[in-house]
Design a binder for this molecule. Structure first.
Ligand code: FMN
Length: 271
């Protein structure tokens, strides 16, 4: 019989100290969230007009009939399993059934525990984890400097699949960043310089002007230096869940969790 009093993600590898710190962080975050909610309640809520005949999300039901995912079919490690699913997603994308299979939603929390999510592009994966590139002055980078814990989600809806990752982010080395930067199109290299990502810009014209100035300074064919404020994050996974949609909402969820000894434990979760 499953002990339902345990949170689903309670893991025996959490040390008592780590668990205590997590609880302390949770209560601080809960207090901050309560303050946020009170502020929202205090504000006036204007009525939102929904046009007659508008699409109703409650009425939208896709029926998943996909093949299941069995423990026996899994690769020994999550990155190898990810590689298998990523290949299949890339194949579906080639057939036009999926757009940008390397797009993933990245979630971070700031120093006060406020979460935020955004889409980025996966640029590399291997046994060490998942890599994306961004601006180190961005909101997500500030969040990760304060708290390197991170969530990733690959939403492969047309395949009735998602991959959900939790882990820890570290910056890629400058050589690795430079090697990737040089593979980017010239315009994207200039764009990395032109954008002070996540800060307020006075107008679209200001952004375009910054780009034009850079394009004059570094015309096509001229080497663009790697911006010091730009680079990669590598996410070393702690858990990787493979979710396969099935009929009647009886989906398959198989999750790898890294054990303290560095091996991988696989568990099945209720959908
Ligand atoms: C499909 C797609 C791919 C994106 N890829 C990246 C990316 O690889 N790196 C990046 O910094 N932003 C990317 N963005 C923009 C981010 O979603 C986000 O707006 C930006 O990174 C600033 O996020 P932040 O203010 O939360 O740090 C992408 C957006 C979309 C919709």
């Amino acid at each position: 019989m499953t002990d339902r009093s345990q949170p689903a993600d309670a893991t025996p590898d959490a040390t008592p100290d780590a668990a205590r710190q997590d609880r302390a962080a949770d209560s601080t975050a809960a207090a901050a969230a309560a303050a946020d909610a009170a502020a929202i309640d205090a504000a006036a809520h204007p009525a939102v007009a929904v046009p007659p005949g508008a699409a109703d999300p409650a009425e939208m039901r896709a029926h998943y009939r996909a093949e299941g995912l069995a423990e026996a079919d899994l690769a020994p490690g999550p990155m190898e399993q990810f590689g298998r699913w990523f290949e299949e997603a890339a194949h579906v994308a080639e057939q036009g059934g999926l757009y940008e299979p390397n797009a993933m939603v990245v979630s971070t929390v700031d120093a006060e525990g406020r979460p935020s999510s955004r889409t980025v592009l996966l640029k590399q994966y291997d046994e060490r984890g998942f890599v994306f590139y961004t601006n180190y002055t961005s909101r997500k980078a500030h969040d990760l400097a304060a708290n390197p814990r991170i969530g990733l989600l690959f939403p492969w809806h047309p395949m009735a699949r998602q991959v959900v990752v939790t882990g820890t982010a570290t910056r890629t080395g400058r050589d690795e960043t430079a090697a990737y930067f040089r593979t980017r199109p010239h315009g994207s290299q200039l764009g990395a310089w032109a954008s002070e990502q996540s800060s307020v810009v006075a107008s679209r014209a200001e952004l375009d002007r910054a780009y034009e100035d850079l394009a004059t300074r570094y015309p096509e064919g001229e080497a663009v230096p790697v911006p010091p404020h730009w680079g990669g994050f590598r996410i070393a996974p702690r858990t990787v869940e493979f979710w396969q949609g099935r009929e009647n909402r009886l989906h398959d969820r198989l999750r790898y969790t890294r054990t303290p000894a560095g091996a991988w434990r696989v568990e099945r979760f209720y959908p």
